[in-house]
Write a protein that binds this ligand. Structure first.
Ligand code: MN
Length: 211
């Protein structure tokens, strides 16, 4: 992703049909080309009038919202969060035919902090399915490598000063309605099979550079 204003929509790191049968081609076109694109455009629009803040990275913008002019705070929270969340979402999944693997370090951390992968996934699913309305569920790590599950509403992001999100589940209806209609639990169950553990492991191991 472009590191500062003007932010640009990045191409997906796979083809639009790569996630079939979990997520269809139409879902990816709408989700990436329309929904995510709108967040990018609206974030840039909000920053047009704030030259002093155009040099900030997305993370800096999201952690310094209170310092922005009040008139753009909501727009940056919603659209900047939308860009951050979708970038994370699309970049940490892969085709269900791609085999990816947990690193030993991450595997040990999952064992230590959840008692095992099954429990971590169970808690992630619960956070995703239990989120009322639109929002996100995440696996996050703190700088010391302690893992936890959290969830946000709308396009809010976790506290990026304290944790680094490693992956996320989008539970806005636009993420799954064409494929699963109202069956959010079915979507979440299938989505888990897309997680790119190679990338998630690398993010975990590189976490120190993100704080
Ligand atoms: Mn979305």
């Amino acid at each position: 992703m472009n590191k500062v204003y003007p932010f640009a929509l990045e191409k997906l790191p796979y083809s639009y049909d790569a996630l079939v049968p979990v997520l269809g081609e139409d879902t990816l076109h709408f989700h990436h080309d329309k929904h995510m694109n709108a967040y990018v455009g609206n974030l840039n629009k909000a920053l047009e009038s704030c030259p002093d803040f155009q040099k900030l990275s997305l993370k800096e913008l999201l952690t310094k919202i209170d310092e922005l002019p009040q008139s753009v705070q909501n727009a940056v929270r919603n659209n900047g969060g939308g860009v951050y969340n979708h970038e994370l979402y699309f970049s940490t999944i892969a085709s269900p035919n791609t085999e990816t693997k947990l690193s030993e370090t991450l595997q040990e951390a999952i064992q230590r902090d959840f008692g095992g992968m099954e429990e971590m996934i169970a808690q992630l699913k619960q956070a995703a399915v239990g989120r009322f309305g639109s929002g996100w569920a995440y696996v996050v790590t703190d700088p010391d490598g302690k893992l936890s599950i959290c969830s946000t509403a709308n396009q809010d992001v976790p506290n990026l000063c304290k944790v680094l999100p490693l992956m996320t589940v989008d539970v806005w209806e636009h993420a799954y309605y064409l494929d699963y209609q109202n069956r959010r639990p079915d979507y979440v169950n299938e989505f888990i099979t897309l997680i790119n553990w190679d990338i998630v492991s690398k993010k975990y191991e590189d976490r120190k550079s993100c704080f």
